[in-house]
Design a protein around this ligand. Structure first.
Ligand SMILES: Nc1nc2c(ncn2[C@@H]2O[C@H](COP(=O)(O)OP(=O)(O)O)[C@@H](O)[C@H]2O)c(=O)[nH]1
Ligand SMILES: [Mg+2]
Length: 375
């Protein structure tokens, strides 16, 4: 009876309680899911703002690379621009040497060290400083600051007064031969490609002779340049005799009335024959055929510093070098090697390489070079 009463009395209560629980649960779910959504919202907006900042960064990147491209274009336009690295080392070191208030022994020591560091070389440094010491001794110069312009004048004066023209004899009736020599990696093949394009552009027909038979890749590299520059090419077998490739090249050029043969050579050999002996032979054989060697260009990598000078002496003895092509002056070269080559070897620098592309070979202008180094 009591149980019945209780049941009868509690049943609606329990039902009510259940209904209450269900609705609390329902509200709970709604609130929870809302909270969850609210919690994810900032994450989404964060993502958007992240994306936005990425976009900004990308535009920044693009504009940096754009300005990098712009500055390269600007630099490409001037020799000065591409010598900026050389200038910063050179002018920086010299300016530091000349900061004291009077000219003392320390000034000379600092100046000498700066020139040596800039690759000018021992002998050339002495030659450049001697007249300046005289100017100071006779009191024509008393201030360290005046030494700078005196130094610039002196360095310009030391550079060769010889002609820097490339020798081309149009009255020959047979091909002019330009031999290109130098150690591996100096930039011979690249220089030939650039030269070929330039000579082609001024109306001369050109044949490239792939005298670097040391590795197959050298011939292929030259073949690419021949295509690019509109030249013919004669190649030999890998490991073949370089002299005979050049001889064949000259013969082909003669029969096709081609004006100029640009002969590539090896900077290293596969056998024990001395490279210098081999190059001397190349030169003899080239002269023996129907053409005439009118130019022997020694290619020197400007970043090798004083080492380049030692190479130059050896090559010059073997092949009677008529001009130097100084490559990679756009890189980390310090520039002083120019003075060492010109004053110690008495061989004019005729061309300068300022990059890896076909247009990056220019005639060397001594005055322009010296002023680009100083300011
Ligand atoms: N930056 C720069 N690189 C150069 C210049 N000349 C040549 N090179 C690079 O130097 C490397 C060696 O050149 P290559 O012509 O094959 O030298 P080779 O072994 O003497 O024939 C190549 O990567 C060239 O692109 C130059 O004037 N400036
Ligand atoms: Mg080569």
């Amino acid at each position: 009876m009591l149980a019945q009463f209780v049941a009868a009395d509690t049943a609606p209560k329990i039902l009510l309680l259940l209904a209450l629980l269900v609705s609390i649960f329902g509200i709970g779910i709604v609130v929870f899911s809302r909270r969850n959504r609210a919690a994810t919202k900032p994450r989404t907006s964060q993502r958007i703002s992240q994306q936005a900042s990425q976009v900004t960064r990308m535009t920044e990147d693009q504009s940096t690379s754009k300005s990098a491209i712009n500055s390269t274009i600007e630099e490409d336009l001037s020799v000065r621009g591409r010598l900026s690295k050389a200038r910063s080392t050179f002018a920086g070191a010299i300016a530091t040497a000349l900061t004291s208030s009077s000219i003392t022994q320390q000034t000379w020591d600092d100046l000498e060290e700066a020139l040596l560091r800039a690759d000018v070389g021992v002998a050339s440094t002495a030659r450049v400083l001697a007249p300046l010491r005289e100017l100071v001794k006779t009191k024509k110069i008393t201030q360290p600051s005046d030494l700078m312009s005196a130094l610039q004048n002196e360095m310009a004066a030391q550079l060769s007064q010889n002609s820097r023209e490339l020798n081309f004899d149009s009255s020959l009736g047979t091909p002019n031969i330009w031999l290109v020599v130098g150690v591996n990696g100096a930039g011979k093949t690249t220089t030939i490609g650039k030269l070929s394009a330039q000579q082609h552009a001024i109306g001369r027909s050109v044949l490239l002779a792939a005298g670097d038979t040391f590795r197959a890749a050298a011939g292929e590299q030259l073949e690419t340049w021949a295509l690019r520059s509109g030249a013919e090419i004669v190649r030999g077998a890998e490991g073949g005799d370089p002299s005979s490739v050049i001889f064949d090249g000259v013969a082909r050029a003669t029969s096709r009335k081609i004006d100029l043969v640009l002969a590539d050579t090896a900077g290293r050999l596969q056998n024990n024959t001395n490279l210098m002996e081999e190059l001397a032979k190349v030169r003899r054989v080239a002269d023996k055929g129907s053409g005439k060697v009118t130019e022997v260009l020694l290619v020197i990598d400007a970043t090798t510093g004083q080492n380049g000078l030692t190479q130059a002496k050896q090559f010059s003895l073997a092949t009677r070098v008529t001009g130097v092509v100084l490559t990679k002056l756009d890189g980390s070269a310090k520039g002083g090697i120019v003075f060492a080559i010109e004053t110690e070897l008495q061989i004019p620098i005729k061309l300068v390489g300022l990059g890896e592309t076909i247009d990056d070979l220019i005639a060397f202008d001594a005055q322009e070079f010296v002023s680009a180094l100083f300011m």
